[in-house]
Design a protein. Structure first.
Length: 256
């Protein structure tokens, strides 16, 4: 009788091969490491439920730990935004966390450590530092060039955040506004100064309610001195609202 698990165990645990297992620690799939990048992208783009995406990644990366080279592990980490990386790290054993952090650059490690310092249910714990920031003295032409140069590494470019020299948030401007504006106009002349923001220590459920109320794709996060430290994006808000709804349903079932 053909035993899939036994057959897969015969495969060499080389850097070019990775194994997938289920909750019972049974091997259920084998694939070439070259497809890792595409699989990571698929998990983070296909599911509406971020919790489910994180659980999938935690399961796979915990197993990858034993068979990937450092360069391949680095490739996986490069595919994730910092806030998603933090979610994964919080579920990992210490020895895996150490190796994952070694696969990131120094700037990313600093951002990860900063996010891990915030209370678990706060806006700071779910924000990302990968936002698009502009200076008020920039022209539209300079701003668009800046977005082209840095946008690929940002979680969103649809809303840009204007900071002064002290890193304080002083306005926002949408990409659509930039596209139709004269290229010589200064950002300070077209930015909106009336905007919604949240504090790093605001409760994450209150932050999610702001998304429901205003329909934003992202909300800026500031510290006590109004310095811009990150943004919360719609995917995080949806995940929080879904988790909240699941908790309410569970409570109702318990009462019933």
């Amino acid at each position: 009788m053909f035993d899939l698990e036994e057959e897969l165990k015969k495969l060499p645990a080389s850097p070019g091969v990775y194994l997938m297992h289920n909750d019972r620690d049974e091997i259920i799939y084998v694939g070439k490491a070259i497809s890792l990048k595409n699989r990571v992208r698929q998990y983070f783009q296909s599911s509406r439920n971020k919790t489910a995406k994180i659980e999938q990644m935690v399961s796979h990366i915990a197993w990858f730990e034993y068979i990937l080279t450092d360069s391949e592990l680095e490739e996986v980490m490069d595919e994730m935004y910092v806030d998603d990386t933090v979610d994964v790290l919080e579920e990992m054993p210490a020895n895996v966390v150490d190796r994952l952090l070694m696969a990131t650059d120094e700037e990313t490690r600093v951002q990860i450590n900063a996010l891990l310092q915030y209370p678990e249910d706060s806006a700071g714990s779910i924000m990302t530092a990968e936002f698009t920031d502009l200076r008020p003295t920039m022209t539209v032409e300079q701003a668009i060039e800046h977005i082209r140069r840095t946008g690929e590494d940002r979680e969103t470019v649809y809303t840009c955040y204007v900071k002064d020299t002290g890193r304080k948030l002083i306005g926002i401007v949408s990409l659509s506004t930039l596209v139709v504006a004269d290229e010589n106009v200064r950002i300070k002349d077209i930015m909106h100064t009336d905007y919604v923001w949240v504090n790093v220590y605001d409760d994450q459920e209150e932050v999610a309610e702001q998304f429901k109320k205003y329909g934003f794709l992202a909300i800026p996060v500031v510290d006590a001195e109004n310095r811009l430290v990150g943004i919360v994006t719609i995917d995080d808000a949806i995940s929080i609202l879904q988790d909240e709804a699941s908790e309410d349903i569970a409570k109702m079932n318990a009462i019933g």
